[in-house]
Design a protein around this ligand. Structure first.
Ligand SMILES: Cc1cc2nc3c(=O)[nH]c(=O)nc-3n(C[C@H](O)[C@H](O)[C@H](O)COP(=O)(O)OP(=O)(O)OC[C@H]3O[C@@H](n4cnc5c(N)ncnc54)[C@H](O)[C@@H]3O)c2cc1C
Length: 361
């Protein structure tokens, strides 16, 4: 069987690994001349969003997806900031940080090292209409919505821009800082994730803004939060999240961000993209139902979209109430210390805060 994969990102590499494991050697096309990211940053997988069985991501990846991935560090402290509130949450098992770069220890390069037979074509901008005629299956894992839009399968949930920087300072490598504030995030958020004790990614995500505005929001963010870290590197990216259905058409399967993996609340997608890559391979070789395998991801993202709609109605006072609620023992335990999926409940909690705001208003 001939299988092509477009994109050597998380989904494409995970798919190639699973295809090899199941006895198929795919052709993997990557437009860049390297595996990894054009810029260094660190990304998080947080148990607050994904709850793999036993709460253990690494065990889940190894036992269910057969992927051996080493994180940079566990997350043990999360500082949540709103305009007038601060809440620190500590715990042994809040999640993990992963390195995203083009160096050997980055997640994508770790995955690529595990491939033994896949033919990897670097500097090769693949074209779907050509490949779908040449191959039995094509897995589109190009990290964007180019083809799903073209095929009329994409429905946008969230559009915006990400402004990011690599900053220099003294960092606790197991701590994440997060901020919400309508003055500069406009329904988005900002966060700091270290990738060494001297370097961290500082990221601002703003929804429904255009590329010119993001600079103003960025300057406002640095000013309001009094962040004076020296900046080593900066970049701006378009950011979108959407619903994709169907995720499989004829001999084409959409995986990762191309298949709607990016969550509409925090913009996370690593867990989903890795899983979807593996599921695509199992659909091709074992005939498993792709939508059924992706059901957990699809449902989770639908709930997170409801959460976002509620979140978008909050003003800064609402943000303060939200952060204050993390201090209540019951809420804190539900969010961080149990394996109960809180996301469906979360949207009704935000609705309550909204109602209270309306009554006060
Ligand atoms: C700044 C930033 C911070 C993030 N932080 C987090 C986080 O903290 N936690 C989290 O879970 N997620 C985070 N994400 C999201 C996460 O990175 C994505 O969900 C994930 O990388 C998507 O994986 P993917 O395989 O679908 O796409 P990608 O990893 O983007 O890979 C797509 C690949 O396809 C290649 N490609 C594109 N078009 C073609 C073509 N025509 N031919 C050949 N190759 C092609 C690209 O060059 C790229 O290598 C973040 C994303 C960004 C940008």
């Amino acid at each position: 069987m001939k299988v092509a994969i477009i994109g050597a990102g998380l989904a494409g590499l995970a798919c190639a690994h699973e295809l090899e494991r199941l006895g198929i050697i795919p052709d993997l096309y990557e437009k860049n001349g390297y595996i990894g990211e054009p810029f260094n940053h660190s990304t998080a997988m947080l148990r607050i969003i994904d709850r793999p069985p036993h709460g253990d991501y690494l065990r889940y990846f190894m036992e269910k997806l057969y992927l051996d991935i080493k994180p940079l560090a566990p997350v043990k402290r999360m500082m949540h900031n709103s305009p007038a509130k601060k809440k620190m949450v500590t715990g042994k098992n809040l999640g993990f940080l992963f390195l995203r770069s083009n160096t050997r220890d980055s997640v994508k390069n770790q995955l690529c090292e595990t491939l033994s037979k896949t033919r990897v074509f670097l500097s090769n901008l693949a074209d779907l209409s050509t490949l779908k005629k040449k191959y039995d299956f094509v897995v589109v894992a190009n990290g964007n919505n180019l083809y799903t839009k073209e095929y009329g399968l994409w429905q946008t949930w969230f559009n915006g821009y990400v402004r990011a920087a690599v900053v220099h300072g003294n960092f606790d490598t197991s701590r994440i800082d997060m901020w919400i504030n309508q003055h500069y995030c406009r329904n988005g958020y900002a966060y700091l994730t270290p990738f060494s004790d001297k370097k961290a990614s500082l990221i601002l995500v703003v929804s429904d803004c255009d590329e010119r505005d993001i600079n103003e929001y960025w300057n406002a963010f640095l000013y309001y939060e009094d962040l004076k870290y020296p900046i080593i590197e900066e970049f701006t990216l378009y950011h979108t999240s959407g619903y994709v259905y169907p995720k499989i058409i004829d001999n084409v399967i959409f995986a990762g961000a191309a298949g709607g993996s990016i969550d509409p609340f925090l913009g996370f997608g690593q867990f989903n993209s890795l899983s979807m890559g593996v599921f695509a391979a199992r659909t091709i070789v074992q005939g498993l139902d792709y939508h059924r395998q992706c059901r957990y991801i699809t449902k989770k993202n639908l709930y997170l979209q409801q959460l976002r709609q509620g979140f978008n109605q909050l003003d800064n006072e609402g943000y303060d109430s939200l952060i204050a609620s993390i201090g209540f023992p019951g809420v804190r335990t539900l969010l961080y210390k149990t394996s109960i999926n809180w996301i469906p409940l979360g949207s009704s909690i935000i609705k309550q805060i909204n109602k209270r705001q309306l009554r006060i208003g």
